[in-house]
Design a protein around this ligand. Structure first.
Ligand SMILES: [Zn+2]
Length: 158
């Protein structure tokens, strides 16, 4: 990704990897950092301003106000995992979501769900299908029922 002075992530309309249009974007007014988390493919992009310390005058009559010539220098960090997980344990209020970084992690994740099925009410992973009739499509696999279906284009309210 190129280094620009504008807020690149906030300007993204969709996940740059899988084009899902409902990636979660957050930003911090204090650090000017921005993140994009795709709830379909699990891609995470984080943009941090490395020279945030120089943004404001530190002393003198303008102390605490922005320097007019300051320009942000962005550092981008990207994680492209093999899958994204979403699960919910019995008696827990919220869902846990996050990336599954490697194929090996996915194997472990599946095994873990299998061992703990009685404690879970929801356990799904989404990824780009590389077999079956859904090949090339982003799919969601229910690890409790074993069902695989195309990932919903619109996020569900749950
Ligand atoms: Zn994505």
């Amino acid at each position: 990704m190129s280094m620009k002075e504008t807020h690149e992530i906030q300007n993204l309309d969709a996940c740059p990897r899988c084009k899902f249009e409902h990636a979660i974007k957050t930003n911090s007014p204090e650090t000017l950092s921005e993140t994009l988390l795709c709830t379909r493919c699990g891609t995470q992009i984080r943009s941090e301003v490395e020279n945030i310390e120089d943004r404001l005058y530190k002393r003198g009559p303008k102390k605490g106000t922005p320097k007019p010539k300051w320009r942000a220098k962005y550092n981008h960090f990207t994680i492209n995992p093999v899958a994204q997980f979403k699960l919910k344990e019995k008696n827990m209020i919220g869902y846990q979501i996050g990336p599954v970084p490697t194929e090996n992690d996915l194997v472990n994740f599946r095994a873990n769900v299998k061992e703990n099925t009685d404690k879970l009410v929801y356990a799904r992973v989404s990824y780009l299908a590389d077999e079956s009739e859904l090949i090339g499509k982003w799919v969601e696999e229910d690890l409790i029922t074993g069902k695989i279906k195309e990932f919903d284009k619109e996020p569900k309210i749950i």
